[in-house]
Design a protein around this ligand. Structure first.
Ligand SMILES: N[C@@H](CCC(=O)N[C@@H](CS)C(=O)NCC(=O)O)C(=O)O
Length: 277
């Protein structure tokens, strides 16, 4: 039975679902939900995904939403090769990594991407178009975040939270990989690695990744391994259009200096709290 993926090109959550399907050898049909044309709020799409976000998959007549849950669904439905460890204890470790992505990095990358790219785009639109865009965001918390970042750019507290969640995740990743394992949970790549890949890739495409990983050799080695994976290339690199690459590559450097400063300030504060770090 075919899988239908409702997606939008450069969306990080769609990228991790594509990598999972490629690892599994699952073929899919694609339906574009154009986020810039607000197609995520079309009543027919809201019937599938009441949150009005991508991705959604439709399989055996059943819509499945939430990218982390979609990847787990795919792993259970198409068991070969397994992308989750067999022991419950290790699976709970894997889900801790997924939670870190879902509860911190996802919001973080939206903020950083918004600050670098979409802010420019919104600036170029009319006051009326901007208000419509903000009013269309159903979740008031999310609306406040985007408004704050639109108005204050890298000085928005939400950008600081974003920088801090990546700093915390990368510190944890470096420590985990320093045991010598090639992948987060040991010798096999798992959903823990896959869930992180699009978020690290976005920082790379924005030309900002080195700000976090320059002094973290184990992450650099992990990242080189990721770049060699066929599923990563086919799921993230190849579908990117020239325009998407150019937009990321040209806009990231505009926020590089303030972000670099935020990271250094944060590290200084952490070191003052815990001099053994
Ligand atoms: N927790 C959700 C988050 C989904 C999400 O935020 N998707 C973004 C694209 S990466 C989206 O559809 N945004 C819609 C919008 O900006 O209106 C998941 O992992 O599936």
């Amino acid at each position: 039975m075919t899988v239908t993926l409702y997606q939008f090109g450069n969306s990080v959550c769609c990228q991790k679902v594509r990598i999972t399907m490629l690892e599994k050898g699952v073929e899919w049909d694609s339906v574009e939900v154009n986020l810039f044309r607000n197609e995520q709020y079309a009543p027919s799409y809201l019937m599938l995904n009441p949150k009005g976000v991508v991705p959604t998959i439709l399989h055996a007549g059943q819509p499945i939403i939430e990218s982390t849950l979609i990847c787990e669904y795919l792993d259970e439905t198409f068991p070969d090769p397994p992308l989750a460890p067999s022991s419950p204890a290790e699976r709970s470790q894997m889900r801790l990594w997924s939670k870190m992505v879902d509860e911190g990095l996802h919001e973080g990358i939206s903020e950083i991407s918004f600050c670098a790219m979409f802010r420019e785009r919104l600036r170029a639109s009319t006051e009326e178009q901007r208000e419509t865009r903000f009013n269309n965001i159903g979740d008031p918390k999310r609306r406040d975040r985007f408004k704050s970042t639109y108005e204050q750019g890298p000085a928005s507290p939400f950008v600081l939270y974003a920088v801090a969640s990546f700093e915390k995740a990368f510190a944890q990743l470096e420590k985990t990989l320093s045991t010598g394992s090639p992948w987060i949970l040991g010798g096999q790549m798992s959903l823990a690695d896959i869930n992180l890949m699009p978020y690290v890739a976005r920082l790379e495409f924005l030309g900002l990744l080195d700000l976090w990983i320059d002094q973290r050799p184990h992450i650099k080695a992990w990242w080189s391994r990721v770049l060699e994976q066929r599923s990563f290339r086919a799921g993230i690199l190849e579908p990117l259009t020239e325009a998407e690459r150019a937009e990321m590559w040209l806009s990231g450097p505009k926020i590089r200096e303030p972000l670099g400063k935020l990271i250094l300030d944060l590290r200084a504060k952490m070191a003052a709290l815990d001099p053994t770090r």
